[in-house]
Design a protein around this ligand. Sequence first.
Ligand code: NAD
Length: 262
Amino acid sequence: MGLLSGTRAVVTGIANKRSMAWGIAKAFDREGAQLILSYQSPRLKENLDKLLSELSQDPLVLPLDVVEENSVDQFIAELSSAYPDGIHTLVHSMAYANREDLEGRFVDTTRDGYMMAQNVSAYSLTALTRGVLPLMEKAGSGSIMTLTYQGSVRVMPNYNVMGVAKAALESSVRYLAYDLGRQHIRVNAISAGPVKTLAASGVRGISAALHDVADKSPIGENITTEDVGNAAVFLASDWAKRITGHVLYVDSGLHMMGFLGG
Ligand SMILES: NC(=O)c1ccc[n+]([C@@H]2O[C@H](COP(=O)([O-])OP(=O)(O)OC[C@H]3O[C@@H](n4cnc5c(N)ncnc54)[C@H](O)[C@@H]3O)[C@@H](O)[C@H]2O)c1
């Protein structure tokens, strides 16, 4: 028996084997959750198909592009017809900003670039949560989680518009947690340290961020997607049943450090 035996978990945002979402899917699989996975585009589905043999199950795999309203509706409709008894867990692991908005000055962000980052990286959590709500009500309880980064609360040069989107995302976590708490649906965020994923490679300075964790964090080691997966198992499990509206840092402790000397 794993910690998540008897639960059904939707994991979005797997682009390849380096994705945070893949670390989470593998940890959920290990703990006995039944998985439903999504992919953004046919090209990414090819990547996902190659990974599936690493799992102990053959999960339902569905397309989902969160900027397309129809795609979100179709995704929820397919989930509802496949699992009329409901689902227990939703992992929101996606973000996007135009490359030119992830360098230089934040003040130069265009309206379109700002809206794009908010749409994919923040609003999609609310849209997906609203969609899965009836399914979690059927299941009797639920755990929703998203992935965020410390650039929401501190200035990280080059993170720019994504930091502002992550601030909106973390605030959404709190408002959603308030809305859904009485239905025993919890909403939390994992604030992960840097990992060289596809999305992270679009952020200038990712190498410096990795160096900072190894050099300046209390634990002095970079994190892995397995670490994120294990934290996600905890948040999905009953051991976290009184934890909601929380941002859980998985960053070797770097977030608490100041940088005056030392
Ligand atoms: N890698 C890091 O250092 C780091 C640190 C903290 C938080 N995060 C967060 O983790 C999450 C996952 O990113 P990752 O680092 O695993 O990179 P990744 O590139 O592996 O995953 C990003 C995912 O977002 C998906 N996505 C983008 N636009 C989408 C859309 N319109 N519809 C549906 N899906 C869409 C992509 O398909 C991809 O699967 C993001 O929210 C990211 O900000 C990453």
